[in-house]
Write a protein that binds this ligand. Structure first.
Ligand code: CA
Length: 335
C-alpha cells in the first residue's frame, strides 16, 4: 500500500546559520540559565535532518514510506526581526523547493512563514503554493508568545483558505512563565521538568489550547474553508470535546456551531509517530478514518519495528487503511 507521511522534518545549515545571529527566542531568554543551556544542548542538527540522499532514503525504505511531506524543524525562523524573517523564510522555502524538485516523486513540502509580518507571510504562502507547488504551511507554537487568534494574523488564514491549502500546526516551547509555573519543580529533576514542559506533555497542551482559542475567535465561521492539521492525535483536545460542548455553548460563544463541529469539519489529525492502538481506535471512532493522515515525525521518534506494519496490522478495514495511509493526504494536499 502506498504510504504518505506528513510530519517529516528537514533542516539546512544555511538557515540555521542565518537565524543564529538573532539570538534566542523570547521564551528562552526568560528562562533560568541552566534551563536554557540544557535546551540548547538538545537542539538537533544532525544528518538525519540535513542529508536526503542516503540517511533519509534509508529511513523511508526501512519504514516503507513512499512520499514524505517535508517541513523545517524547530526552531523555524519566526523569531527574527520581520524584515529578516521574510528574507530567511524565502531562502528556507527555496532550499526546500530544490529538494522536492530533485525528487518530485518522493517529496512534497509545507512552507515556512514569516509570522512576524502576517501580510508578507500570506504573500509567501501564495508564492510557495503557486511557484513551488507546496501543499500548505507549517506554523509552530506562538509568535513570540502572541496567540494566532490575534486579528493581525488573519491575512495568513484568509490566504490559506483562498488557496485551499491546510496549515499544519506544530508545537514549540511554551512561554517561560507557563513553564516555570506549571512544569518545572524542585521536587523532580530539571530534565524531567523540561520533558514535562515540552515533548512529554506541555507543548502539546499548548497547541491544543491554542487551536481551541482559534475556534473560539470565530475564524472558522469567517473562513469555513480554512483547514488545519493537528499532530499528536489532536494535542489532547479530542478527549475534551464533549465537555467543551456541554459548557461552552453557541449562545455564549456566539459561534455558528458547537465547538466540536469545527474540530470535526476543519481539522485533520495525525499520530506524529505515536503508534498507539487505543488512540488510533479512538480517533477513528470520533472523527472517522477520513480525517486521519499518517505521520511519523521524522527523525524524532525511534521505531523498533516498521511503523507501516503497525498501520497495516491495525484493526481497520482495508478502505480505512487506504484513507489513512495515502488517500486522505492525496485529497487534502492535492498530491
Ligand atoms: Ca515534529
Amino acid at each position: 500500500m502506498k504510504i504518505i507521511t506528513i510530519e517529516e522534518h528537514y533542516a539546512d545549515k544555511r538557515i540555521i546559520d542565518a537565524t543564529a545571529p538573532y539570538g534566542e527566542p523570547s521564551y528562552m531568554a526568560q528562562l533560568p540559565e541552566k534551563v536554557r543551556e540544557a535546551y540548547n544542548s538538545m537542539r538537533f542538527t544532525g544528518d538525519k535532518l540535513t542529508d536526503v540522499d542516503t540517511v533519509r532514503f534509508d529511513f523511508m525504505q526501512e519504514q516503507k514510506v513512499d512520499i514524505q511531506v517535508l517541513s523545517y524543524t524547530n526552531p523555524v525562523p519566526d523569531t527574527v526581526p520581520p524584515q529578516e524573517a521574510v528574507r530567511i523564510c524565502k531562502e528556507a522555502n527555496d532550499i526546500l523547493a530544490d529538494v522536492v524538485k530533485k525528487h518530485p516523486d518522493r517529496f512534497a513540502a509545507f512552507a515556512t512563514l514569516p509570522m512576524a509580518d502576517p501580510v508578507e507571510a500570506a504573500r509567501e504562502l501564495e508564492r510557495c503554493v503557486r511557484e513551488h507547488r507546496f501543499v500548505g504551511a507549517l506554523i509552530t507554537g506562538t509568535y513570540q508568545g502572541k496567540f494566532y487568534d490575534d486579528p493581525m494574523f488573519f491575512p495568513i488564514f484568509e490566504k490559506a483558505a483562498e488557496l485551499d491549502v491546510p496549515i499544519s500546526w506544530h508545537p514549540e516551547f511554551p512561554a517561560a512563565n507557563v513553564q516555570t509555573h506549571y512544569y518545572l519543580s524542585d521536587n523532580y529533576s530539571l530534565s524531567t521538568g523540561m520533558q514535562f514542559a515540552t515533548a512529554g506533555f506541555g507543548w502539546h497542551l499548548d497547541v491544543g489550547l491554542h487551536m481551541t482559542r482559534l475556534v473560539l475567535s470565530g475564524v472558522f465561521d469567517k473562513l469555513p474553508k480554512l483547514k488545519f492539521i493537528s499532530g499528536h492525535w489532536g494535542e489532547a483536545i479530542p478527549f475534551m470535546l464533549d465537555r467543551m460542548d456541554q459548557i461552552m455553548r453557541p449562545q455564549t460563544t456566539g459561534l455558528k456551531k458547537k465547538i466540536s463541529t469545527y474540530f470535526h469539519e476543519n481539522i485533520w489529525y495525525t499520530p506524529s509517530g505515536i503508534l498507539s492502538k487505543d488512540q488510533l481506535a479512538y480517533m477513528v471512532k470520533v472523527f472517522g478514518a477520513e480525517h486521519i493522515i499518517w505521520a511519523l515525525d521524522y527523525p524524532y521518534v525511534p521505531f523498533g519495528t516498521c511503523s507501516t506494519d503497525f498501520l497495516m496490522n491495525a484493526d481497520l478495514t482495508d478502505e480505512q487503511k487506504e484513507m489513512i495511509a495515502h488517500g486522505n493526504a492525496e485529497k487534502l494536499l492535492k498530491l
